[in-house]
Design a protein around this ligand. Sequence first.
Ligand code: SF4
Length: 331
Amino acid sequence: MVFSGPYHVEIEATLRCPLRCVHCSLKAGEKKTDLLRESYIELLENCSKLRVKIFDVIGGEPLIRPDIYELLESAVRKIPNVIVNTSGFFINKKVVKKLKKTGIKNIFVSIDGPSPEKHEIIRGSGKKLFQKTCNGIKLLIKEGFNVTVAFVVNKVTFKDVPQMIELCSLLGVKNLFILGFIPIGRGANQKNLIITENMLMETLKDLRKYSNNKKVNLQVDCSMDCAFYELEGDICPAGANFITITVNGDVFPCGFLRENPEFKLGNIKEKRFFDIWMNFKKKKLINFNQMLRNWYSQFSDTKFKNICLARILYNFRNKNSDSQIIRSFPP
Ligand code: SF4
């Protein structure tokens, strides 16, 4: 029997991290929690059975786990596309060699701006992290990895797409993945980074303008993709194509919904992921979709109906935001 699972499963391997990025939605680095190894292995078996296509290992900083190479290698054997996300902090020749042995091909490395100053506003100043990250990327590319730079746009960097394209091109990076800042976790206090709809719209205009550039392939995350009706983008994939497993084993339709227990689908330490998913598909998906429809129906303006659910929740809770959404949301 062929089972059909979510297309893309994101796994928080650890909350440990050597950095304290101010926008981190997980508050990584504040706790030393790891996803249990047994939970990871069982999850992997379940994802394989469900024919998951993308197994996306995030942190914290996944490369801080001594067993990460073994964990990645077992994922590569079972899932067609395995991705590991890193700040690049631990990348050196030795780490690159170990990664190579796992068989993984796709590595996402975060860069938060086109200059050391902008990168370090987020990552922590005075540690020369920008140069370190760029050096790490060059080492990875030299060894043949498919590197994607992940760039979270915020109030300080929303005009920087062209410079980021140049930077990627200089580094030899083929893909630039752009995400919009969503202020949850440690990011909840970063009012100076909050990006308004108008700013995001400017970024999206740049994305259109540079979409056919010959240097770098531009991709946007779902929060940007579905955010603007003008793009005719997809609707929020939470729970449909996308699932996040948090570090303590909770299953959420999206990691940005972690602070909303009403969206929790189960916990892999209590029940197999396979069963949580099948149960969700069979019994709870209708309720979940109804809950989403209820959320969205509160918008008087249909143009916001498909906006990122996490962004809606944030705007709902932060009534001081100058967002247009907040004005259309009932108090
Ligand atoms: S809530 Fe936002 S970030 Fe999460 S899956 Fe939906 S669009 Fe993407």
